[in-house]
Every structure is written in structure tokens, then in C-alpha cells.
Design a protein around this ligand. Structure first.
Ligand SMILES: Nc1nc2c(c(=O)[nH]1)N[C@H]1C(S)=C(S)[C@@H](COP(=O)(O)OP(=O)(O)OC[C@H]3O[C@@H](n4cnc5c(N)ncnc54)[C@H](O)[C@@H]3O)O[C@H]1N2
Ligand code: MOO
Length: 395
């Protein structure tokens, strides 16, 4: 077993994704929210494409008063403006060639077909190419497509975009002790990860495989593990398993991976909690991420391995983590990285959560993320530390 540092594990997961980068496809911009730009987004024309009035008013040429000769509405192409003349222009309309100023409606007087008034000091129209010139790169490849990116693509003239899709993900739950309904007791624990993981995977940019709700609990035999993994790998680019990452008496994950010809990209990480997490590459550019059974450790494995893997598969960079201030001293965990469960307080400072045991969900459900305490270090109150958010809608 080759234990990697937490940073090295994230980078290895990202590189493994890049090595198996998903093929591109073309889609209408409106259907691309959450996908990734596979090619730079360029301006297909100058932006604005024509000189555009930024106010409702009168475009004028020469010294006033001016003779009103017509009106240009948005969407029309005006003839050139003659000396001593004015045309009424709407916001967003193309301004006529030859204009020297635009007088706002509220600053103008119209009497008997004659316009008078004074223009404000700054030009009230946008010049061609002010925002971008034709062919200019507006965004590089590898950018996550957000609603504002969709708007920019449409504004720049694109009818389709070259994108990488969301990786397809499936969840397999291991553990005979798990119950999928009812109150826990008598040695049986409710499966918390089966319900937690699909929405979290959606939040980090994966697409849960249609029709594949979490499968499990999978029977604690090697044959059942192999069969379940094989079936899930047929459908998904990434299969997340839960539990069985240690090599306990009924832990079959490692043996099942071996039977399927897997190669480890990551086999345990020097991080607490979450140490036994793993990432294996399987034939056909498929991946299995072994999330430990303790729920907090499973979430840590997801943000540590699945998020970088998805970034690689979609051609994104590994995201730079923001920094926050430690609101109190936060101890390290010796030679391991400590991902300390924290709540975000006022002014961007973090404090450790209560009920933060790795088997608990109570603290996890009330926390915004993890403070990254580097190996061999403690964070003192006031130190800045990296912050790893817990995926969810409210952040
Ligand atoms: N001898 C050692 N034992 C353990 C070590 C160790 O270093 N030496 N490490 C501990 C750590 S750290 C973790 S994390 C766990 C990892 O265990 P597994 O991934 O093999 O998971 P399980 O043994 O199957 O389960 C652990 C724990 O989590 C509960 N669990 C499992 N699945 C779910 C689920 N879907 N929903 C809710 N809870 C779940 C399970 O009941 C166990 O309590 O190993 C430690 N052991
Ligand atoms: O590292 Mo385990 O993953 O502490 O709970």
C-alpha cells in the first residue's frame, strides 16, 4: 500500500482524469449549464457588432437646433445623418453614420419638428468592438459553464458550443449491517450514504446514471462485489463505493478490484479523517472511488478524489482553494493532513464544529467545510488556512 500525501492524492486523481478526458460534443448553449467548455469561447463578431445607442434620445450632427428627419428603433439600420439634422434613437438601436452627439430625451426639447438641447459630456453610444473584437478569446477551454457563460456565448453569436459532458456516476453501498429504512438498532445502522451521495455528486458536476439509484447494500461476498462493480462500470464513468476500504474480515473491495483488473491511482491518503480512501482505474477508462464507510470520511474522500477526478475528466484545472482565517487554535494531526470540520463564522473566520466525529452526521450537516491543517503543523488563532467547502446548494 502506497500512501500518498493529501495534495499528491488530489493531483494524482486530477491527472488520472485528464488521461481519460471525456470526448466532446456540440450542444445548444441553453443546454450546457454545468458542462465544461471544450474549446476557447471566441467572439464570432465585434461586440457590439454595430455602434449602439445607450440611451433613448436624439442623434445629432452639426450645431443645433436640429431638424428632426426620422427615427431609428432597435433592430433597424439607419441611413447616414446629414449636417444640421437629428434622428430619434432608442436604447440599443444602431446609431447613424455621421452622428456627433446624442441628446437624451429628458434633456431635449422638440418643437415644430426641431430639436434643441445639450448633450452630456460623455458619448452616449457604444463603439463597435468596445467589449471584444471578432475572433478574440472571451473564455479559455476548461471553464465550467454557468448561466452567465451561456448568456455570453449567445451574445457572441454562438448557436452551439463544443463541450465536455458531466461524467456519469453510480453509487454502490457495501455493508450487510445497513438498513435502508426504519429506525436503527440491534447492530443495524441506517444507510446514510446511499441517500447523501447522489445529490452531492450532482453538486460537484457528475450526472447520476439514469435509472441507477444507489445499489445496495451489496451482500458481503466477493462474488456479489465483483458482479455489482461490473454492472455499475457498464453504466458509469465513475463508480463510488461506500465502506469496505479497510481490509477487514468482510471487506471485499480490494479483492474485487483485483479480480476486475484495476490499477490503483491512490491507495490510502495521509489525511485524517478519510485515510483508507482509494481511487482505481479500470479497463475502458472507468474509475472506482472507494469512499470509507464513516460518513464524514466518505464526504472527505469525495471532495479529495472525486472532485479532482471530475475536473480532469472534463478538462478543468484543479480548483484553487480559498483561504479563511482560523477563529481559534485548530490542532494538526501529526504527519497527516488534518481536514478539520468547521463552521464559517463572521468575517470569513472558521471554528471547529461540534459533533465532528467521523462516524457522525450531526456536525457535518451543520458545517460549511473543512479547514486544511498541513502535516506537521497546528493552526493558531488568526492564521490563514485553505478551506475545502462541502458541496451543497447554499454555498
Ligand atoms: N484496525 C483498524 N480499523 C480501522 C481503521 C484502522 O486504521 N485500523 N481505520 C478506521 C477508519 S479511519 C475508517 S474511516 C474505517 C473505514 O472503514 P471501511 O471503509 O472499511 O468501512 P466499514 O468498515 O464498512 O464501515 C465503517 C463504519 O461506517 C459505517 N458505515 C458504512 N457504510 C455506511 C453507510 N452507507 N451509511 C452509514 N454508515 C455507514 C459502518 O457501519 C461502520 O461503523 O475503518 C476504521 N477501522
Ligand atoms: O479516517 Mo477514518 O476515515 O478516521 O474515519
Amino acid at each position: 500500500m502506497n500512501t500518498l500525501s493529501w495534495q499528491a492524492a488530489r493531483e494524482a486523481a486530477h491527472q488520472a482524469g485528464l488521461d481519460a478526458i471525456l470526448p466532446t460534443r456540440r450542444q445548444k448553449p441553453a443546454d450546457t449549464d454545468g458542462l465544461t467548455l471544450a474549446a476557447p469561447l471566441t467572439a464570432l463578431t465585434d461586440l457590439p457588432a454595430f455602434p449602439t445607442s445607450s440611451v433613448d434620445g436624439y442623434a445629432v450632427r452639426g450645431t443645433g437646433p436640429w431638424k428632426l428627419t426620422g427615427r431609428v428603433l432597435a433592430g433597424e439600420t439607419p441611413p447616414p445623418l446629414a449636417e444640421g439634422c437629428a434622428v430619434e434613437v432608442a436604447t440599443g438601436a444602431m446609431v447613424p453614420d455621421g452622428l456627433e452627439a446624442i441628446i437624451r430625451l429628458e434633456d431635449a426639447k422638440l418643437e415644430g419638428g426641431t430639436v434643441s438641447g445639450a448633450a452630456r459630456p460623455n458619448p452616449e453610444w457604444r463603439e463597435v468592438g468596445e467589449e471584444a473584437t471578432a475572433g478574440q478569446v472571451l473564455l479559455p477551454a476548461g471553464v465550467e459553464i454557468s448561466p452567465t457563460v451561456i448568456g455570453l456565448a449567445a451574445a457572441a453569436g454562438h448557436d452551439t458550443l463544443e463541450v465536455r459532458p458531466r461524467p456519469r456516476a453510480a453509487v454502490l453501498v457495501f455493508g450487510d449491517e445497513l438498513a435502508t429504512e426504519g429506525v436503527p438498532g440491534r447492530g443495524r445502522v441506517r444507510d446514510a450514504l446511499g441517500p447523501l451521495l447522489p445529490p452531492m455528486l450532482r453538486h460537484v458536476g457528475a450526472a447520476p446514471v439514469p435509472g441507477f439509484s444507489p445499489r445496495g447494500p451489496i451482500e458481503d461476498t466477493l462474488d456479489s462485489h465483483v458482479a455489482a462493480l461490473r454492472a455499475a462500470l457498464d453504466d458509469a464513468d465513475i463508480v463510488c463505493t461506500t465502506g469496505g476500504t479497510m481490509q477487514g474480515p468482510v471487506d471485499h473491495l480490494h479483492a474485487a478490484l483485483e479480480a476486475l483488473g484495476a490499477e490503483y491511482v491512490v491507495d490510502s491518503v495521509a489525511v485524517r479523517p478519510g485515510f483508507p480512501m482509494l481511487l482505481a482505474a479500470l479497463p475502458g477508462e472507468r474509475f472506482v472511488v472507494g469512499l470509507p464507510g464513516n460518513p464524514q470520511s466518505a464526504v472527505i474522500a469525495l471532495v479529495s478524489l472525486v472532485v479532482p477526478l471530475i475536473a480532469g475528466l472534463t478538462g478543468r484545472r484543479l480548483r484553487q482553494l480559498p483561504r479563511v482565517k482560523a477563529g481559534v487554535d485548530i490542532p494538526g494531526r501529526g504527519t497527516d493532513t488534518h481536514l478539520a470540520l468547521v463552521r464559517l463564522g463572521k468575517y470569513g473566520s472558521v471554528v471547529p464544529s461540534s459533533h465532528r466525529g467521523s462516524a457522525m452526521l450531526r456536525g457535518l450537516a451543520q458545517s460549511e467545510g473543512f479547514a486544511v491543517i498541513e502535516p506537521g503543523k497546528d493552526a493558531k488563532e488568526g492564521d490563514t488556512v485553505l478551506f475545502l467547502p462541502i458541496p451543497g446548494d447554499h454555498r
